[in-house]
Design a protein around this ligand. Structure first.
Ligand SMILES: CC(C)(COP(=O)(O)OP(=O)(O)OC[C@H]1O[C@@H](n2cnc3c(N)ncnc32)[C@H](O)[C@@H]1OP(=O)(O)O)[C@@H](O)C(=O)NCCC(=O)NCCS
Length: 172
């Protein structure tokens, strides 16, 4: 599996995640249209050029075919630059084979080794069992519940926060 910056050529591949009702079921927005994904990609490319850079919107590629199978985001907090929030989504045909867990480990390695972060965290919907298990298996412990953390089309949603600290992290 590989990670690289998204490009405008990735819009259709990313729409297979962000436009898919199954993949967005636990995300705080309705499935995106192709045009909305194109705008997200444009914004990500613009954010990649910012100094200091705070947003890494990365295409997840298959190791052999180089096909884009998902997306990973790492967002460095402006007021806490040692800390970044991660988010990820894989195309549903990729689920359940350990790729999500491997991807979280890869993003951790990128964040700690390449970016010099100290803390990496993720927020999931309380009912998102695959995300819970993948983050726990990748060493991201549960910190607790943030009430009404995000607004979704169906109302306010709590988040369960997971994190890993550089001191706990072991590069596998
Ligand atoms: C979350 C996501 C990235 C996990 O990817 P994945 O490749 O399916 O995860 P893995 O195969 O590594 O599985 C992780 C764990 O969840 C379990 N799991 C996977 N799918 C499951 C399901 N539908 N029901 C129950 N358990 C499931 C696996 O058995 C594994 O458990 P283990 O660590 O105890 O062996 C993927 O489901 C996804 O893209 N979901 C949509 C977007 C999303 O919700 N992102 C997370 C936002 S916080």
């Amino acid at each position: 599996m590989g990670l690289r910056d998204v490009t405008e050529a990735d819009v259709t591949a990313l729409h297979a995640v962000y436009g898919n009702p199954e993949a967005t079921a636990y995300m705080p927005f309705a499935p995106r249209t192709l045009e909305q994904v194109a705008t997200l990609v444009k914004d990500a490319i613009r954010a990649a050029a910012a100094e200091p850079r705070r947003l890494y919107a990365l295409a997840v590629t298959d190791a052999e075919t180089r096909e884009v199978v998902g997306v990973a985001r790492l967002h460095i907090e402006a007021d806490h630059p040692h800390s970044a929030e991660i988010g990820l989504g894989l195309r549903p045909d990729q689920w359940g084979r350990g790729i999500g867990t491997d991807l979280i480990r890869l993003v951790q390695s990128f964040g700690f080794k390449e970016l010099g972060l100290h803390r990496i965290w993720g927020a999931r919907a309380p009912g998102n069992l695959p995300a819970q298990l993948a983050m726990l298996t990748a060493g991201m412990i549960e910190e607790g519940r943030v009430r009404h953390h995000v607004q979704t089309p169906s109302g306010w949603r709590d988040s369960i926060i997971h994190s890993i600290i550089e001191d706990d992290w072991t590069d596998r």
